[in-house]
Design a protein around this ligand. Structure first.
Ligand SMILES: Nc1ncnc2c1ncn2[C@@H]1O[C@H](COP(=O)(O)OP(=O)(O)O)[C@@H](O)[C@H]1O
Ligand SMILES: CCCC(=O)OP(=O)(O)O
Length: 369
């Protein structure tokens, strides 16, 4: 069966992205990547994300059973979901972490299935399971936690996995240790996070629950007073409004599509509304990058653009034209989450990093009250 491999599992709303990687010291090389598509009608049958677990687990096992020649697993890495605040790095999955991700997550998101799926597959394979850089990675200093109203402290909620992987890649490209890197990383996917990395730590980010630019399907930060009025208008239940803002907001709310390639086609055909919506999203992205550069004293070593939208030859020059004067801009188009998951686990398997045990609290300064 050959060398033992690392399996990565990244659950999205209607997909489960899988990868098989060969560990090579603390690095990895990809053997196979596959996206399992789950049609919307099938997913609609489940009344919660947790209820999808047996269905998705058997789809992952089926994928493994069909790999020609079979697979021997060294470890399984799941995308960490909406856990409580945690330090950056790798956390070993155990029953308590699975229980938390399934039944007490901070917010609902398909990524909460990463740990439970990894646990199931790892148990069957007799190997360990881990999560890497969950979205609740919290490295904020106290000064970034005040919002302007004591009952609403700011919190960290960020595409930490892809952003830290891109930070490490930029540091390697620049020939400096990640722990010495100052950079702005903009993850521009279906959701957007723009983060400031200072000395290898995510010291601030736009947080799509708070103030991110609007994205293909998320409303991002909204003006508070009109939002309060909308909440009390009686037009929407709380659940319905959340659904509209987080899954049907942003570009989708204006144009009825989340596919930015389709939006670019609309613009090419002369659709002025599509053009304005696209310009407005780019405008908000540029403002967010500027604000995160300000956190770094406008002296970042570099700015990284990453995520699905960075594949666009229209978006890249529009953003770089505005922010290119701040620092050198590097594009790592697409999302690098599978590789980042595998690399995190390879660091643990090689002894370069020690996995933490759940529960784990971040080592950061809290508020003095
Ligand atoms: N070539 C492209 N040009 C413009 N937008 C693209 C391109 N490829 C993907 N996208 C957009 O990127 C977004 C998805 O990004 P991705 O990072 O894959 O998202 P996620 O991982 O958050 O689901 C979608 O809105 C998609 O339309
Ligand atoms: C903040 C990261 C969680 C996540 O994956 O968000 P999106 O679904 O908005 O990409």
């Amino acid at each position: 069966m050959g060398m033992a491999l690392i399996l990565t599992i990244n659950p999205g709303t209607t997909t489960t992205r899988l990868g098989l990687f060969r560990p090579e010291g603390d690095r990895v090389s990809q053997v196979l990547e596959r996206t399992l598509e789950h049609d919307e009608a099938t997913m609609a049958r489940f009344d919660s994300i947790a209820a999808q677990l047996p269905f998705r687990a058997s789809a992952v096992q089926d994928f493994l059973d069909r790999v020609p020649g079979g697979v021997r697993l060294a470890a399984v890495a799941g995308r960490g979901g909406m856990l409580s605040p945690v330090p950056a790095g790798v956390i070993a999955v155990d029953d308590a972490l699975v229980d938390f991700a399934l039944h007490r997550p901070a917010h609902h998101h398909a990524s909460n299935l990463g740990a439970p799926l990894a646990n199931r597959i790892a148990l069957a394979a007799g190997c360990p399971a881990y999560v890497v850089d969950p979205v609740s990675v919290d490295e904020l200093p106290a000064v970034a936690r005040l919002s302007g109203y004591p009952d609403i402290p700011r919190f960290s909620f960020v595409h930490a996995l892809n952003i830290r992987a891109c930070g490490r890649r930029l540091a390697a490209d620049l020939g400096k240790p990640f722990e010495e890197l100052d950079a702005v990383v903009a993850h521009l996917g279906a959701g957007i996070s723009v983060a400031a990395i200072r000395k290898g730590r995510i010291v601030d980010s736009t947080n799509r629950m708070e103030n991110s630019p609007f994205s293909p399907e998320r409303a991002g930060g909204l003006p508070p007073m009109p939002l309060i009025d909308l909440c009390y208008s009686g037009q929407y239940s709380k659940a319905e409004l959340k659904r509209r803002l987080y899954g049907q907001g942003g570009v989708y709310a204006y144009l009825g599509t989340k596919d930015m390639r389709r939006v670019e086609e609309m613009i090419a055909k002369g659709d002025a509304r599509a053009e304005l919506v696209w310009q407005a999203m780019v405008y908000q992205i540029i403002k967010a990058i500027g604000s995160m550069a300000a956190v770094l004293g406008f002296r970042p070593d570099g700015i990284v653009l990453t995520g699905g939208m960075v594949q666009s030859t229209r978006l890249r020059p529009a953003v770089i034209g505005q922010i290119g004067g701040l620092a050198p801009v590097t594009c790592y188009p697409g999302s690098h989450e599978s590789e980042a998951l595998a690399q995190g686990v390879a660091r643990v398997l090689s002894g370069a990093e020690v996995a933490r045990s759940w529960p784990v609290a971040p080592e950061v300064e809290g508020l003095p009250w």
